[in-house]
Design a protein around this ligand. Structure first.
Ligand code: GLN
Length: 335
């Protein structure tokens, strides 16, 4: 599909509204109460320090584009952003290089395989397929502006801080724990170089990627970051323009098909929102023009998605009418 074919067509935007602040607040509390007893899933342990997380932690946050804030449970407890960083770094890469260039290099289709799969690369002649799996995310990190790895890292830290509306910093313990054990990601970096898909020193790029995954955030931060994408690129809390509305649309479109790894189709079918998860237990879902819902709890399903966070966001999507595919008759049916 050649996007230049639509060049002179004006871009209109049509979304809907959230119910009033009190109703949203009530539903956030209801979701927290309802899923706090859910105990299925297991805490990630392939990054040793993540295994120490308290499995009972559970936070929910909703940020409205109009500025309304809703935090419940452990919404202010810090944890590492992990894979959720991928969507924001992707937004920064598109802002720098444009939609078509990043699409050609990284791709926008689901691999159907696990997030850390090497086989997905082998099956596609080294093409990462999408920016939300580790191979595509490492290739995306390489595209971020910066002459040195330290400069790239600073671009990412500053960029994600602008999305969050506060200065984010890296959790050094999480970084060291992953850096000591991330042989798979280093292998992915080398394979990308081997296929001519990555320029520069792969270990340096993987190191920047490992740092970005170790950024410390709260559930509240994730909701602000997501709400910035829901608000056409303007952070609804700080008022700062972080990226363009086009970058938001591109990022959300990729998330819709890839944000929950090989469960993305199932997620879209049941919940109907672009979303991204990370192995520390966070998930953020974005409702364009309305806001974002984030949740955090460390126990994960077998694809690496937090069980309680999926339930909490599913509940909110349904009760707040966020599902992008839900429709109702124009004329109310007479009963
Ligand atoms: N840092 C993790 C990794 O690269 C992120 C994965 C995730 O959150 N799914 O393996």
């Amino acid at each position: 599909m050649d996007p230049t074919r639509f060049q002179n067509v004006p871009q209109e935007v049509s979304t809907g509204r959230l119910p009033g602040w009190h109703r949203v607040e009530e539903l956030v509390r209801q979701a927290h109460e309802r899923y706090a007893e859910e105990s299925s899933g297991a805490v990630a342990d392939y990054i040793p320090i993540l295994a120490q997380a308290d499995p009972e932690l559970f936070g929910i946050a909703v940020i409205e584009v109009a500025g309304g804030v809703h935090d419940a449970g452990d919404a202010l407890h810090p944890f590492s952003i992990q894979s959720i960083s991928k969507m924001f770094v992707y937004a920064l890469a598109i802002a720098e290089h444009g939609h078509a260039h990043v699409r050609d290099i990284v791709g926008v289709n689901n691999t159907g395989l696990a997030f850390n799969s090497l086989m997905a690369l082998e099956l596609n002649a080294g093409h990462p397929m999408n920016p939300m799996v580790n191979a595509g995310a490492i290739a995306t990190t390489a595209l971020v502006p910066g002459a040195t790895p330290a400069e790239k890292w600073e671009t990412i830290r500053q960029g994600l801080s602008a999305f969050a509306g506060r200065q984010l910093s890296m959790d050094g313990e999480v970084y060291r724990s992953e850096a000591e054990t991330n042989d798979r990601n280093r292998a992915i970096g080398r394979l990308l170089v081997g296929y001519g898909r990555l320029e520069g020193d792969p270990d340096e790029i993987v190191d920047v990627y490992t740092r970005q995954c170790a950024l410390s955030v709260t559930t509240h931060d994730l909701a602000v970051m997501g709400a910035t994408l829901a608000d056409g690129g303007v952070n609804p809390v700080t008022g700062e323009r972080v990226v363009s509305a086009d970058v938001c649309r591109d990022t959300l479109a990729v998330l819709a098909s890839t944000g929950l790894y090989e469960r993305s189709g199932e997620w879209l079918f049941e919940i109907g929102l672009p979303a991204k998860s990370g192995v520390a237990g966070g998930i953020v879902a974005v409702s364009p023009g309305k806001g974002a819902a984030a949740a955090f709890s460390p126990r994960l399903d077998s694809a690496g998605n937090s069980v309680r966070a999926q339930l909490a966001i599913g509940h909110l999507s349904r009760a707040l009418g966020l599902n992008l595919f839900a429709s109702a008759p124009h004329v109310q049916e007479l009963s």
